[in-house]
Ligand binder design. Structure first.
Ligand SMILES: Nc1ncnc2c1ncn2[C@@H]1O[C@H](COP(=O)(O)OP(=O)(O)OP(=O)(O)O)[C@@H](O)[C@H]1O
Length: 262
């Protein structure tokens, strides 16, 4: 569904990445991890058509994405406080992008109701962002993306701004919704454990100028559990491998500390 080939980008003299190639197949959840500054957000912005990279090609359903935002794509950013319209209710926020689609009012309302139900906010449709916790606001952002029914959902550190408990809940919510509704997801995270817990594959980027250091299949049962999965031998071994690759790429102190903890 998504084919990225030989992507390279520089901001002035700052070569961020060179020769990034990756694919995401229909129905897959692929996580990208990499050291700070290796261009993860730049890569997602390029795929979403918000910017044009200097070299390489991005094909979505075989069609090139070059500086135009594809219609069947949705993006969820880390910063929920800036991604929701504060003057709209939760339902209004979810409904807003649907106005671009050719739907009747009844169909639009039904999609909003359904998406809010998926994320456990069936009763919160009338609340405004300021009346909701951070975790609830991020659920609204996810509901908005899901209601749109994108062919591909891009998520840039979607759970980085919420507390640990909410993060676990939102991770499981993503896995459940994705299982039940067949979404294809490309998700960027700083968190090695999260990448292994969520991913069908983990793509590890090296430090800048970044390339793909590894593209690993996550051999864990599809049904995951925050306690059992994270304690399993397969999980521990995979996370060690990702940490080793990040460490091996000679990146930031943060990742070196993680690797040292193995
Ligand atoms: N609009 C811009 N203009 C100039 N430089 C930029 C711009 N956007 C990003 N950069 C630089 O490009 C590099 C990659 O940034 P990017 O945000 O894509 O990395 P990242 O891997 O997502 O980082 P982090 O993990 O810290 O969020 C950084 O050195 C950043 O300073």
């Amino acid at each position: 569904m998504l084919d990225v080939t030989g992507l390279g980008h520089a901001f002035g003299a700052n070569q961020v990445f060179t020769d990034i190639s990756l694919t995401v197949n229909e129905g897959e959840l692929v996580c990208i991890v990499g050291p700070s500054g290796c261009g993860k957000s730049t890569l997602l912005r390029s795929i979403s058509g918000l910017m044009t990279p200097k070299s390489g090609e991005i094909l979505l359903h075989g069609q090139p994405v070059r500086g135009k935002v594809p219609g069947d794509l949705a993006v969820v950013f880390q910063d929920y406080s800036r991604s929701l319209y504060p003057w709209l209710t939760a339902a209004g926020n979810v409904e807003f992008p649907l106005k671009r689609l050719k739907l009747t009012t009844a169909e639009r309302k039904e999609r909003v109701r359904e998406a809010l139900e998926w994320v456990g906010l069936a009763d919160a449709g009338k609340k405004r962002p300021r009346q909701m916790s951070g975790g609830m606001q991020q659920r609204v952002a996810i509901a908005r993306a899901l209601a749109y029914r994108p062919a591909l959902m891009l998520m840039d550190e979607p759970f980085a701004s919420v507390d640990a408990q909410t993060r676990f809940e939102l991770e499981d919510l993503l896995l459940r919704v994705r299982r039940e509704h067949d979404c294809t997801v490309l998700l960027v995270t700083h968190d090695i454990d999260e990448s292994v817990y969520l991913g069908d594959r983990v793509v590890v980027l090296s430090r800048p100028p970044a390339t793909v250091a590894a593209d690993m299949k996550v051999e864990l049962p599809a049904q995951r559990d925050q306690i059992k999965t994270r304690a399993s031998e397969a999980f521990v071994s995979l996370r060690s491998e990702v940490a080793r690759l990040l460490h091996g790429s000679g990146n930031s102190e943060e990742n070196e500390t993680e690797a040292a903890e193995e």
